[in-house]
Design a protein around this ligand. Structure first.
Ligand code: SF4
Length: 323
């Protein structure tokens, strides 16, 4: 049972700490800055050239931080000048959060990571064994967690006409993570085929006999009823790719933005398909077997597209068959 006051992480992410790789500071992103943080940052500069207008931004936003050649933030000089001078609290909220992706719902605060961050991507390779959902540190050190706030909305859909309850969804979320991170020799494609079959099975559940959470716990993992595509990575990398999928299954905004259970699993297929394309692109440019370093690059590009560049609302409508 979750505690709504607590913050939950995947065990492989719980030790995350910034190692100052600088990817987020040199990507040419428009970093919005909250008005109350302007004065402290202004002390670091003689002029106001560092803050650009942001027409149409919410009223609490003063502007966006300028960046220079190569998309490098003007404050990125051997690390972040703002953090060095005034600490983590002084950073724009976007910088405090990266690479954390936060879902807040009546069960609690759920944090997954964007593996566009090289440090987060490393955690996919460094973890060993099954991944669990664990209570962990606050989502954002020194800040207020922001993300998808689903506290006051209905629980995710089981079918087009039936909602899950939060306990049932929590059981399904834990089930996805477990299915994706146990059995190291099971391919990512097979794991998704199993989840596909289980979605169909679970959608036949009806209220009355037993709680939805029990139905989730009683699912069998031998109900893959579709042809399973050939894996595109060697068995050595199955656990790494499945951990990436688990990170997209956990704290999923898609559960609330899309049509619930089906859209969450479709998003996992999209994640795997995007990674497959990224790996194919790398193979076109380099010969020889896929290396861990090349897979890490492909994972970073996958999350760049799906977490940072995609229009998530539109994606949710597409994956739900609403457009
Ligand atoms: S403000 Fe600091 S943390 Fe944010 S992008 Fe610029 S250098 Fe990086």
């Amino acid at each position: 049972m979750n505690d709504p006051r607590r913050t939950y992480w995947l065990s492989m992410h719980a030790s995350y700490g910034c190692r100052h790789a600088g990817a987020c500071c040199s990507s040419g992103w428009a970093i919005a800055l909250e008005r109350e943080k302007v004065d402290a940052i202004q002390l670091l500069r003689a002029d106001r050239g560092w803050l650009l207008p942001a027409p149409g931004a919410p009223t609490e936003v003063a502007g966006v931080i300028a960046y220079g050649r190569g998309g490098r933030c003007v404050f990125h000089r051997d690390g972040c000048e703002i953090q060095r001078a005034s600490g983590h609290d002084a950073l724009p909220s976007a910088c405090q959060h990266f690479p954390r992706e936060v879902l807040i719902d009546p069960r609690g605060i759920f944090v997954t990571l964007s593996h566009y961050c090289p440090t987060a991507a490393d955690l996919l390779f460094e973890h060993h064994g099954p991944v669990e959902i664990v209570a962990g540190p606050p989502a954002v050190p020194g800040g207020t967690p922001e993300g998808l706030n689903a506290v006051d909305v209905l629980p995710p859909l089981l079918t087009g006409s039936m909602l899950m309850d939060h306990e049932g969804y929590a059981a399904w979320e834990a089930h996805m993570v477990q299915t994706l991170t146990t059995r190291d020799t099971r391919s990512p494609e097979e794991a998704l085929a199993i989840l596909d079959g289980q979605v169909k099975s679970l959608q036949r559940w009806r209220p009355g006999k037993s709680p939805l959470a029990d139905a989730v716990r009683n699912l069998r993992d031998d109900c893959a009823d579709t042809a399973i595509p050939e894996p595109f990575v060697s068995v050595t990398f199955f656990p790494v790719v499945k951990r990436l999928l688990a990170a997209h299954a956990f704290a999923s905004w898609m559960a609330y933005q899309g049509n619930g259970l089906p859209s969450v699993v479709r998003k996992l297929h999209l994640t795997l398909a995007t990674l497959r394309m990224e790996v194919a692109g790398l193979r076109d440019r380099a010969c020889g077997p896929l290396t861990a370093s090349a897979l890490k690059d492909a994972i970073r590009q996958t999350d760049l597209q799906l977490v940072h560049l995609a229009d998530r609302d539109h994606l949710a409508r597409r994956l739900s068959g609403w457009v």
